[in-house]
Design a protein around this ligand. Structure first.
Ligand code: 6MZ
Length: 337
């Protein structure tokens, strides 16, 4: 079997994907048709522009999300979007997915209803797409301010009383150029005390002071980690903080110059825990298979490397021990049969 086919069929683990960044153009067009009756040409162009095919800046990337957000303001739209995303990951042979999303209040839905709809839909997807196990990491968007973050935490804390089998951690994301980490420390400590793991976007842009503070604060996984260097790299290594590497996202946002120069290479070669992730497969026009294929070709990975990377992803996931064992068996079977 050729390598691309082997990777496509391989059972994969996705740990860093944002719901509204994961909508394919096809899904956006379907949602737009349902929302506005008929898809007009103008909206078709807007949907097609969702994908970032050229190299843009990170700031440009953040201008894309409102296109998806406009189509997930109702319970119906949100449900359809989420089901499409889970289907797409499942069709790409992702067997375990930790999906992130920021609970939002819209004119049609409160934040509580947003979170409830997402959780209900994940449960529904369990019967529709039984080959994929989905968990949720509610996101705090750092660009929306501390009051919004407090509100999100209080809603998540309430939901945890009955849905802790699905809600596994908290993601801190949003435009890293806006606001400072200091404001969010207290809230994230509360999350930790509430048995939530922390997956924090850190060092996506070059801000070594903030990166230092975040690494000292600690986290269960680091999103991107692009600019973790020198002393900060030593801290990340001492603490063995797993890093979620999103090759195409970083390339298209211009935070790394080329695939070859991606920090994945040094981290992997120095045996630091790393995982390959898509970030926003809709925006960046990628899949987890594509990311593995790119990594395999760029860094000349062997099938043993692919197996080790996949098993490491299970280790650093927020699944429970029984779930981890189950996924590991699927992966090992694929590689060793
Ligand atoms: C930081 C990002 C991101 O939550 O509406 N998001 N945050 N860095 C990135 N790198 C490119 N990509 C996505 O999904 C979209 C939201 O995820 C965050 C942003 O807050 C974006 O608005 P949800 O489902």
């Amino acid at each position: 079997m050729d390598m691309e086919k082997f990777i496509k069929n391989m059972p994969k683990v996705e740990l860093h994907a944002h719901l509204n960044g994961s909508l394919s153009t096809k899904t956006l067009l379907e949602l737009a048709t349902l929302e506005y009756g008929e898809t007009n040409n103008e909206f078709q162009t807007i949907c097609r522009n969702f994908q970032q095919n050229q190299e843009f800046s990170l700031d440009e990337c953040f201008k894309k999300f409102p296109i998806a957000h406009a189509l997930t303001t109702t319970k119906d739209g949100l449900r359809r979007a989420l089901l499409s995303v889970i289907r797409d990951f499942s069709q790409d042979n992702v067997v375990y997915l930790e999906l992130r999303t920021t609970p939002k209040s819209t004119t049609k839905m409160s934040k509580v209803e947003y979170l409830e709809t997402v959780l209900e839909t994940i449960r529904l997807a369990d019967s529709l797409y039984p080959d994929i196990c989905v968990k949720l990491l509610p996101s705090i968007d750092r660009s929306k301010g501390i009051e919004m973050a407090k509100e999100t935490m209080s809603i998540v804390t309430e939901a945890m009383k009955t849905q802790s089998d699905l809600i596994k951690g908290i993601d801190l994301s949003g435009n890293p150029a806006i606001s400072s980490f200091d404001e969010y420390g207290k809230i994230l400590s509360d999350a930790k005390n509430n048995n939530l793991k922390l997956a924090l976007h850190c060092a996506e842009i070059d801000n070594s002071d903030e990166t230092y503070k975040m690494l000292q604060f600690g986290m269960d996984r680091c999103g991107h980690g692009t600019f973790i260097t020198s002393q900060n790299l030593n801290i990340a290594k001492e603490k063995q903080i797993p890093i979620e590497c999103c090759l195409t996202s970083n390339l298209k946002c211009g935070t790394v110059k080329s695939y070859v120069e991606h920090h994945f290479k040094n981290l992997y070669q120095s045996n630091h825990p790393v995982v390959l992730c898509t970030d926003d497969p809709g925006v960046f026009d990628t899949t987890l298979s594509d990311e593995f294929i790119i990594a395999q070709k760029t860094f000349n990975l062997s099938t043993k490397d692919l197996e080790l990377l996949s098993l490491k992803a299970v280790d650093v996931s927020f699944a429970d021990s029984v779930e981890k064992e189950f996924i590991k068996q699927k992966i090992s079977k694929y590689f060793n049969d």
